[in-house]
Design a protein around this ligand. Sequence first.
Ligand SMILES: [Zn+2]
Length: 145
Amino acid sequence: MSNTGDSCIFCLIARGDAPAALVYRDDRVLAFMDLFPLSRGHLLVVPRAHAENIFEISEADMLEVAALQLRIAAVLKAELDPDGIAVYQANGAAAGQTVFHYHVHLIPRADGEGFDFANRKTADRGELSRLAARLMESLQRGPQN
Ligand SMILES: [Zn+2]
């Protein structure tokens, strides 16, 4: 593990020391809205423990992240009914990683939409918070209801 200190934005969010539109948090993993969404509902699932990439994350944390992806994907489908959901995870700058704390993107997609990471805009924080609250409530309720 490297850089568990104050400079990693996802560590700060995990500790509650930086703001984020949280959808879920427990002692191992958390999910929050991407501040630069590719689409409405674009969010990130990350381990609380700092790990830069797939070469550093523990198997236990990887499994927790995967389990939360399942639950989050079900909630996105139930609440936003996208045509599809892209799951994207980059390791290393060459792969497109820009925040060096392991994270998985879940990105609702619409038919015919492009996939352009260079074309992301800063989201409205109020709208992100409202959507996060709705998804959090749905997650707690269970997507089957
Ligand atoms: Zn970190």
